[in-house]
Ligand binder design. Structure first.
Ligand code: SAM
Length: 349
């Protein structure tokens, strides 16, 4: 397979927004560094034509690391008895948003494990108070799988967006990453419910997760085409020492960046973060993510005490910084490549 063939595939993907599965598999299996740079340049041009040099920021509040699930890859899985568990109080959460608003954030993301302490009633109260105080802000929820009626209640309380990575679009692969209590069918049911309810909905995956094949990545791209997400979270898998996947290698930054570019080419207007995991496997990962087509960053605005325990994987960056340090760091990185973080909600349009 020569370089020209992959350049043609990338051009065709950009033009048609899709490629047949076998072409995607071939592209993902045989791409060269030159192909990756070509895709990044094209994706960057696409992103510039839609968003200019504006980067949307989301203030990430990690509200709890309690989780009822036992995903094999995740550091806050139920079976990790070494995790130091915490949950933020309502006041803690509102304090983070107060600070974040002053710092220019116009989206707050409440993320956490599936913690039954945060009932629908409590979340409705928290969302309601944030929206009442900051009516010009968007609230994004990322708290895992729920019944449709619960999602509806959160939406009715004012939540605007929901992030729920599909993790992998292949049933067999899904079952190698999760215990049998978790199914791809339910994950997809959640995603379709969220979209039907009216949330700006985000799916996504870890690149290089254990057992992942190039075919799986192609299936992820095809699933995203079918689903039509408003947001896509893509970052490398990174092992955590207290999980069954402790000895598995991390996903590569290059594969993750290539996937970011392909997603941008397939979904020009999608909200696409340069993820913390990307910044963890490569020190310039987030800048490279933006240069490969990403247009969102999610600085952590959780209290210092919380972030050092919200450890999904080893060596996570930013766990010793406070919110203003995290923000200054991310801002400086964005400015160093000629982009600008803007105090806007940054909705999907
Ligand atoms: N519980 C919610 C959920 O399931 O969507 C939100 C929190 S969950 C920890 C957020 C995301 O972290 C997951 O969707 C997963 O893709 C990512 N994640 C978990 N463990 C990871 C790891 N070891 N490496 C990279 N990303 C990981």
């Amino acid at each position: 397979m020569d370089v020209m063939d992959n350049i043609t595939r990338i051009d065709d993907l950009a033009k048609a927004g899709i490629l047949p599965k076998e072409e995607l598999v071939e592209l993902l299996s045989s791409y060269s560094e030159g192909d990756r740079m070509y895709a990044a340049e094209k994706a960057r041009e696409t992103s510039l034509s839609v968003f200019g040099r504006k980067i949307f920021s989301r203030g990430l509040v990690e509200i709890s690391n309690y989780c009822r699930n036992d995903c094999y890859y995740c550091g806050i899985r139920r079976s990790n008895t070494k995790a130091v568990r915490y949950r933020l109080s309502e006041d803690d959460i509102h304090y983070c948003c107060d600070w974040g608003y002053g710092a220019g954030f116009r989206t707050f993301v409440l993320q956490g494990g599936e913690d039954s302490f945060f009932t629908d009633d409590l979340l409705v109260k928290i969302i309601g108070r944030i929206k009442e105080k900051y009516s010009d802000c968007a609230v994004t929820i990322s708290l895992g799988e729920k019944e449709r009626a619960s999602y509806q209640r959160l939406f009715d309380a004012g939540a605007d967006r929901y992030l729920l990575r599909h993790e992998t679009a292949c049933e067999a692969h899904y079952s190698k990453l999760h215990p049998s209590s978790l199914t791809l069918a339910n994950r997809k049911r959640c995603l379709y419910d969220l979209k039907e309810i009216g949330f700006q909905t985000g799916c996504g995956l870890m690149v290089g997760s254990p057992f992942q094949t190039r075919e799986n990545l192609a299936e992820d791209l095809l699933f995203m085409k079918e689903f039509g997400p408003h947001m896509v979270g893509i970052g490398p898998f990174i092992p955590h020492s207290e999980t069954p996947f402790r000895d598995c290698p991390a996903g590569s930054a290059e594969d993750s960046l290539f996937m970011v570019s392909l997603v941008r080419l397939m979904h020009p207007r999608v909200l696409l973060p340069a993820t913390t995991a990307l910044g963890t496997v490569r020190s310039d990962g987030r800048e490279q993510g933006i240069l490969a087509g990403a247009n969102v960053v999610m600085p952590n605005i959780s209290p210092l005490e919380a972030r050092k325990n919200y450890l999904l994987y080893d060596n996570k960056i930013g766990t010793a910084d406070d919110a203003s340090e995290s923000l200054a760091y991310v801002k400086a990185k964005i400015e160093s490549i000629g982009y600008e973080m803007v105090p806007e909600r940054g909705d999907y349009r």
